[in-house]
Design a protein around this ligand. Structure first.
Ligand code: UD1
Ligand code: CA
Length: 490
């Protein structure tokens, strides 16, 4: 996104005041995300990349929520409030009032048309300036034009007006050239004609599209540029179109990273958010989601069946069938299969988080391993450590969370519980099944399990007649005979 004004003769108005009734959602339509960014965010990024003098966003429905999201994404835009008069024409009129002295070109974009790119818009603006038309609009030919406004052309092929689907006659509705909702207007005639637009239509709204017919009526030039790639103009009005736009955006993102040198084995099942980054020679295996601001360094292999949200994955690391959020995975480290890395997990270089391991707010040092069946929370682990299978940090005592601190080169036995707060010194060891409630000094062996006691003959005495008693009796007499023979041999 660039903040430099490369084109002072251009202002952009983004329409985002509508409710989006067809979404049937409590979330305003333009805030529904694709590729990890709200629909309107995609439009704003593209608008700002054109380097215009101003970008204005018109809001009304859920005004505060939309304005906050817009400003979080693009603080340099100006938020304008639409009044109670409905319609895209009113939205543009209100925004134009913020630009009283502006006489350049006004690009109007819809907050719900997210896939338009800078190149397509730049050529639309160039065509507009070369033709000196009062408006140049973008149209597309669709197999299924339903829901869109139709472009009505005269006998000579010129655009005479736009008619909305709800106002169209059967003949007009049969037209397959649609209005993409993207226009470049000369500011002055736009201002003049908007003042004349009424609300006498099926929706009782002040339509921006009516300006086209009015300009034509004033004998001003109106031009339409037909876009070949219809995906660019896809408008999101319902959840079917939302998924479609998300799929097309994802295909674009996957292709971009493939051309940058990432191997993406199955584009159809790989989802990459627009803010994620993949270095060359990263391999992404099927069914993998690389989300948020995740960065994957070169030589790393991600997947299959893996989801990463806002993670950093170091060079040559491997993450297999796992789920991670806000985790840092060091160079050459391995994760999975089947592990869950929660926020604040930092795995050092060449470390390992193995199978069925959950980690949270924990640092695991260089070369250290948590290989099997463990929970590691609020823990600091040094270098070269091996936690035995089934290690559990009991970090929560019902009131607060406490830390477990484990030094360098510590090896713990299987099935240990570390009752935090607790510290294990450098080089220490623990026995199998230990419950570590007290600090373990450096180099000590900690044992907390009572010595084992065997009660001989218990089963034969207490469970007579059972299969267990029978086999035990047989084994015990064979053992006695064997002991006797050994006695004789001696
Ligand atoms: C609009 C066009 C239609 C075109 C289609 C392309 C009009 C009258 N119709 O129809 O010709 O084919 O886009 O996608 O312009 N908005 C406001 N204020 C309002 C109403 C809407 O800001 O009072 C915003 C919406 O938030 C949305 C955009 O304008 O981002 C378009 O509104 P929408 O209701 O989706 O218009 P369509 O029926 O799709
Ligand atoms: Ca729309």
């Amino acid at each position: 996104m660039s903040n430099t004004v490369a084109d002072p003769g251009l202002a952009v108005i983004v329409l985002a005041a509508g409710q989006g009734t067809r979404m049937k959602s409590s979330l305003p339509k333009v805030l529904h995300p694709i590729g990890g960014r709200p629909l309107v965010g995609h439009v704003l990024h593209t608008a700002l990349d054109l380097g215009p003098a101003r970008v204005l966003v018109v809001v009304r429905h859920e005004r505060d929520r939309v304005a906050a999201a817009v400003l979080a994404d693009a603080p340099e835009v100006v938020v304008v409030d639409q009044d109670e008069v409905p319609g895209t024409g009113r939205a543009v009129e209100i925004a134009l009032a913020q630009l009283p002295d502006f006489t350049g070109d006004v690009l109007v974009l819809s907050g719900d048309v997210p896939l338009l790119d800078v190149d397509t818009l730049s050529s639309l603006i160039r065509a507009h300036r070369e033709s000196a038309a009062a408006v140049t609009l973008m149209s597309a030919i669709l197999d299924d034009a339903s829901g869109y406004g139709r472009i009505i052309r005269d006998g000579a092929g010129g655009v005479s007006r736009i008619v909305e689907q709800k106002d169209a006659t059967a003949d007009e509705a049969a037209v397959t050239e649609i209005n993409a909702g993207v226009y470049v207007f000369q500011a002055s005639p736009l201002r003049t004609q908007l003042a004349r637009v009424g609300t006498g239509n099926a929706q009782g709204e002040k339509y921006l599209t009516d300006v086209v017919g009015l300009l034509r009526g004033e004998d001003l030039a109106v031009s339409a540029s037909i876009v070949r790639d219809v995906a660019l103009t896809l408008g999101v009005n319902d959840r079917v179109q939302l998924a479609e736009a998300g799929r097309i955006l994802n295909a674009r993102t996957v292709r971009r990273w493939q051309l940058e040198g990432a191997t993406i084995v199955d584009p159809a099942t790989t989802w990459i958010d627009v803010d994620a980054k993949l270095a060359p020679d990263v391999t992404v295996l099927p069914n993998t989601h690389v989300l948020g601001a995740t960065v994957v360094e070169s030589g790393a292999t991600i997947g299959p069946d893996t989801s990463l949200v806002d993670c950093e994955v170091g060079e040559g690391a491997t993450v297999r069938r796992s789920d991670a959020t806000l985790a840092v995975i060091g160079a050459g480290a391995t994760v999975g299969p089947f592990s869950y890395l929660r926020p604040g997990t930092v795995l050092g270089a060449h470390g390992k988080i193995g199978t069925f391991v959950e980690t949270k707010n924990s640092t695991i040092g260089e070369g250290s391993k948590v290989p099997h069946l463990s929970y590691v929370g609020d823990t600091t682990i040094g270098r070269g450590v091996n936690l035995g299978a089934g290690a559990i940090t009991a970090n929560y005592d019902d009131l607060t969370k406490h830390r477990t601190e484990i030094g360098d080169e510590v090896h713990t036995g299987s099935h240990n519980v570390f009752v935090a707060p607790v510290r294990i010194g450098d080089g220490a060891k623990t026995g199998a099944g230990a419950v570590i409630r007290k600090d373990v000094p450096a180099g000590a062996l900690a044992l907390s399990v009572a010595p084992q006691r065997n009660v001989e003959g218990w089963v034969e005495k207490n469970r007579p007649g059972t299969g267990a008693a029978d086999v035990a009796a047989r084994a015990r007499s064979a053992q006695k005979a064997d002991d006797g023979t050994q006695e004789e041999d001696r």
